[in-house]
Design a binder for this molecule. Structure first.
Ligand code: AHG
Length: 280
């Protein structure tokens, strides 16, 4: 898997340069989730596709920016689903964004995930790669330096509640408020990568993106966003559920499927499970 890791590192350096331009360019196209694609989204997608095209072990790729999956090498064994630039609409306000990669063996699906990775483009560029451990790397010039292993505490202090509040279920709002009543602090930028990165590096907390009245299946995509972060949180000693079930046990039918999702340390995830079980 070192070749995949290297390709992700190379693409991250190129994406960093692609972001740092004056005009990020609004295109007329929509992606498969009906969102307007920035030329920057398309450019980042092409950078990753190019870097992956020289990796023989990759069988198929699926991108948040592509309608369909794409065969790379029929003899390869890895299936990679990626979101080239998650939160790209935050670039024009100069907030952090990220790339997310789920690495699956033999086929897509949570049960086949063997590793996952994300890169956060903020004041610094960092990468977290989870295989047996979740490891943080920092970009220094053209070199990546291993920084530390990430481990979550049993309980955190941050609360990152996603989705439009007026569309939340009342019990979801009560649960979010109960964490604030316990002293949790609000941390939500609207970028999944930096919001989850903050929870991981500050020891814990809860990120939630529930099913809402307008989006009963949530907003975040299983293969590109939900499963990769579920894998990372579980590897770091935390939990990841859809309200009831461990996210790493749920199925998908279509590559662009979404799911409600909750990521956090053990204490917060236990509370979510309890609240959602009593409101089924
Ligand atoms: P986009 O890539 O369209 O900017 O969406 C970002 C995603 C994800 O990164 C973030 O957690 C979530 O959308 C935020 O959605 P809400 O604004 O609905 O909370």
């Amino acid at each position: 898997m070192t070749d995949i890791f290297d390709a992700i590192q190379k693409s991250a350096i190129r994406i960093k340069d692609a972001i740092d331009v004056k005009d990020i360019g609004y295109s007329q196209q929509e992606n498969s989730s009906g969102e307007t694609q920035l030329q920057l989204d398309i450019k980042c997608d092409m950078i990753i596709e190019e870097e992956f095209s020289s990796v023989a072990s990759i069988h198929t790729i699926a991108s948040e920016e592509k309608e369909k999956e794409m065969l790379m090498n029929k003899d390869g064994k890895y299936f990679i689903a990626y979101d080239p630039l998650d939160g790209s609409s935050l670039v024009d306000v100069n907030l952090s964004v990220g790339s997310i990669f789920g690495i699956y063996e033999n086929a897509f699906g949570a049960k086949n995930m063997v590793a996952s990775c994300y890169v956060v483009f903020g004041p610094r560029v960092e990468m977290v790669f989870a295989h047996n451990k979740a490891k943080l790397h920092l970009l220094q010039g053209e070199n990546w330096e291993f920084t530390k292993e990430i481990r979550l505490n049993e309980k955190g202090k941050l609360n990152a509640p996603g989705g439009t509040q007026q569309n939340w279920e009342p019990y979801h709002k009560e649960m979010v408020d109960s964490f604030f009543a316990e002293g949790y602090r609000l941390r939500y930028s609207g970028g999944m990568v930096p919001d989850l990165h903050q929870i991981l590096l500050k020891g814990g907390g809860l990120f939630s993106y529930p099913g809402t009245s307008d989006k009963p299946e949530g907003k975040l995509r299983k293969l590109f966003e939900v499963f990769p972060f579920a894998f990372i949180f579980k590897t770091a000693g935390g939990g990841a559920i859809d309200g009831q079930n461990d996210l790493m046990t749920i199925d998908y039918a279509h590559i662009h499927d979404t799911s409600p999702c909750f990521f956090g340390s053990k204490y917060e995830i236990a509370r979510v499970k309890e609240v959602y079980a009593s409101n089924k």
